[in-house]
Design a protein around this ligand. Structure first.
Ligand code: ADP
Ligand code: MG
Length: 729
């Protein structure tokens, strides 16, 4: 019965053709931002004075003046209604990794028996959603369920379908952050202030430093019918069982290969919708694993880029269904082929250019480049364990250290050019650098050929690689909210820069020339950061040993990696930069441990169910058929001959028994382990119990299920197999 369903869905999947998408009549540059209340629309729909104030808020971070809220809301309403919008919602990013929204209509009584469309400033600016069902880590007990969402005017409102979406922050009644946006914005503020102060050593005209993020979103597509026939995919986003397909990625024929027609239409569709929502999509291609793809926009200011990534993920999931697909954002949907990540390309730029770019025109430019590079590395070194925690999750744990993605040790690849440059700065003769007379200061920092920098050798195994004019943080998971990694990185860099400036100023105070003071501190730091630089193969076992010797964080257990948030150095850094308090960090960790536990718990439950109710019955039936055959053979042949004829069947019967016994016994053991773990009070200890007693059994039992898949009659196997799931026609 079950197998018949499998053949039916495979048939359905193979027959499904492309859903063709009509290309818009206008060019992408013309429909870009069509559904965003951007500056152009503000200019058109807002009074001139209000428009000017909004520009000041968006561009210069001026505080949003509530007196203009009504006028802004009125302009937005007019634009929205012209676009057929009837509802509005505050759109926020609670600590569940997704986004949340609650829709309200514009309509109000007109008190004459009819209705009018209304949208006042106060509705735009603030809402009070019942927050009791969002994770808060104990900050807000349920009887005090109030939480506030407040508009983030630096991320413009946009339209999806009939709804006006208003990006907001989400905080508790007592002011603690309940989302990712609040600490992210604080970190961006901190890095702006700290980096501007340092950038002014080199160019006094600098007034603002912007943090940029360019994310590259990897994902899998699976036919909808096949997806529906895999309860594990439906419930957990990954396959908990499934034997390797004979062919997977070993031929390297998928990467950058031609894109299947069905997928191409899907890509076109999401790109058009993304461009209309102001997401500057640029790149699309196949990835390494079969059915794996990537999408990348042009980089943007980090807060906006994070919002755009959250939005993009929801567009992808929604549009996939129109094309008969399910979009899998899980970091490891299939064992044995690559998982999905989301490289976070990060840089700092001023109103005058990218700070991490090495133009090599003047020595001072190069010293600026060296300063920002070295201080970034110092941040990464000082907080390497914390940065790992910022990208860790139950799902990303499958990817890290699994010989395909960044290892579970944070280090940085610089490439030869930059490594040589740092060495030169470190070793250069003190006198050569510091010629007598302050103004005649001669800076022996060699220029860097532009071409070399742009062609930095690629080291795919490094979790934090310098790639020309930016760092690429490659350990971020495909499903994650980039804000987690970005707020940590930006806050850590802010701390390093604050500290840098304090030390340089102290030397200047003592009479040292500015350039000499900078150089002195930079040279100190080049020596200090050496352990974080690693240009070799991050997948090798030698690196694990070497990294441990260097004192880098080598922990691989997710629940223990989360401890990094509460380390003294982390709390100090977050408090110094005013990004998060110790109280908030503690609350957030409760959520991290709880989420980890719940994910493994759900996986374990659905896996047990699949084993006992889907696999074992089918396998037993097949085994009975073989036993029946053995009996019948005995009926028609003499004993000796019958035994010879049934030799293979007897062997298979026994094998099946062995695997079955293991599975049944260990599913029981797994249930017991859950019961024990569930009784543990502390969220941390509970997560550790799930990590060490439940999660390993999933893997051990799976081995036997996958073996059975290769033994049992294909006609009887109930779940779509890897070879069926992974190849879109
Ligand atoms: P690759 O896969 O080779 O790493 P992609 O072209 O897929 O490169 O993606 C590179 C990403 O890096 C894009 O989002 C791009 O806009 C972004 N990027 C380029 N320069 C910078 C920069 N200075 N700061 C931040 N992001 C950048
Ligand atoms: Mg990349």
């Amino acid at each position: 019965m079950a197998a018949r369903l499998r053949f039916k869905v495979v048939d359905e999947a193979f027959k499904r053709g492309p859903v063709y998408v009509d290309l818009p009549k206008e060019r992408p540059s013309e429909y870009f931002g069509k559904y965003v209340f951007n500056k152009q629309k503000m200019y058109k729909y807002l009074p001139a004075k209000v428009y000017k104030k909004m520009c000041d808020v968006m561009e210069n971070g001026a505080p949003f003046d509530r007196t203009i809220a009504d006028a802004v809301a009125e302009g937005i309403k007019q634009w929205a209604i012209e676009n057929g919008v009837t509802h509005y919602t505050h759109w926020f990013q609670p600590l569940t990794e997704g986004t949340a929204q609650k829709h309200d209509g514009f309509v109000e009584h007109d008190w004459k028996g009819g209705m009018v469309e209304e949208f006042e400033g106060k509705l735009l600016v603030q809402q009070e959603p019942d927050a009791s069902s969002f994770p808060s880590g104990g900050i807000r007990s349920t009887f005090e369920a109030r939480g506030y969402s407040a508009w983030d005017p630096t991320s413009p409102v946009f339209i999806i379908g009939d709804t006006l979406m208003i990006p907001t922050i989400f905080i508790s009644y007592t002011g603690e952050a309940l989302d990712y946006k609040v600490p992210l914005k604080k970190a961006l503020y901190a890095v702006d202030k700290a980096a501007t102060a340092v950038a002014q050593y080199f160019d006094p005209e600098v007034t603002k430093v912007i943090s940029n993020l360019g994310w590259e979103q990897e994902y899998f597509l699976v036919d909808e019918a096949l997806f529906a026939a895999r309860p594990d995919l439906v419930m957990t986003g990954r396959t908990l069982m499934g034997h390797d397909s004979a062919k997977n990625q070993q031929m390297d024929d998928h990467y950058f290969g031609s894109i299947p027609a069905r997928v191409e239409e899907f890509m076109k569709d999401i790109e058009i919708q993304a461009l209309e929502l102001g997401i500057p999509c640029k790149t699309r291609h196949n990835e390494v694993a079969p059915n794996q793809f990537e999408l990348a926009p042009i980089f943007e200011e980090t807060n906006l880029a994070v919002d755009h990534n959250m939005l993009m993920m929801s567009i992808m999931k929604r549009v996939a269904r129109k094309h008969g697909f399910r979009c899998l954002l899980h970091e490891k949907p299939f064992k044995g082929v690559n998982g999905s990540g989301k490289h976070n390309n990060w840089s700092l730029s001023t109103d005058t250019g990218v700070l991490l770019h090495a133009p090599g025109k003047t020595p001072m430019d190069n010293l600026r480049f060296v300063t920002f590079t070295v201080e970034t590395l110092k941040a990464v070194y000082d907080h390497n364990g914390l940065l790992k925690a910022s990208i860790m999750s139950a799902t990303n744990a499958h990817r890290l250290g699994a010989n395909e993605a960044p290892p579970a040790i944070i280090s940085s690849f610089l490439g030869k050019t930059v490594t040589d440059l740092l060495e030169h700065v470190e070793k250069a003769d003190e006198d050569a650098l510091n010629v007598a007379g302050k103004t005649a200061f001669h800076l022996d920092v060699p220029s860097i050929p532009e071409l070399l920098i742009d062609n930095t050798d690629r080291n795919r195994t490094s979790p934090f690689a310098f790639t020309g004019n930016r760092f690429e943080f490659r350990a971020v998971g495909s499903e994650a909210n980039c804000a987690s990694a970005m707020l940590t990185l930006n806050a850590a860099v802010a701390e390093a820069l604050i500290d840098f400036k304090t030390r340089v100023d102290a030397l200047i105070e003592k009479g040292e020339a500015k350039e000499a003071a900078i150089l002195k501190v930079v040279r100190e730091d080049i020596k200090y950061i050496k352990p974080i630089i690693f240009n070799g193969n991050g997948y090798g076992d030698e690196w694990k040993e070497e990294a441990a010797k260097r004192g880098l964080d080598c922990e691989t257990a997710a629940p223990l990696i989360f401890d990094n948030y509460l380390k003294e150095s982390s709390v100090k850094m977050f408090e110094k930069t005013h990004v998060m308090t110790k109280f908030e960090l503690e609350a957030r960790n409760e959520i991290k441990w709880e989420t980890y536990t719940k994910k493994i718990q759900i996986e374990s439950r659905i896996f047990g169910d699949l084993c006992l109710n889907h696999i074992i019955p089918v396998v037993t039936k097949y085994q009975s058929m073989l036993i029946d055959n053995v009996h019948k053979v005995q009926g028609i042949f003499a004993a000796e001959k019958a035994r010879k004829i049934s030799k293979e069947n007897l062997y298979i019967i026994e094998k099946i028994s062995d695997h079955e016994t293991f599975i049944i016994e260990n599913v029981d053991k797994m249930i017991e382990a859950r019961k024990v773990a569930n009784k543990v009070e502390s969220e941390r200890e509970k997560a550790i119990a799930y990590y060490s007693t439940v999660a390993p059994l999933l893997e051990e039992i799976r081995y036997h299920v996958d073996k059975l898949e290769t033994i049992v009659d294909d006609e009887a196997w109930p779940l779509p197999k890897y070879r069926e799931l992974l190849f879109i026609r």
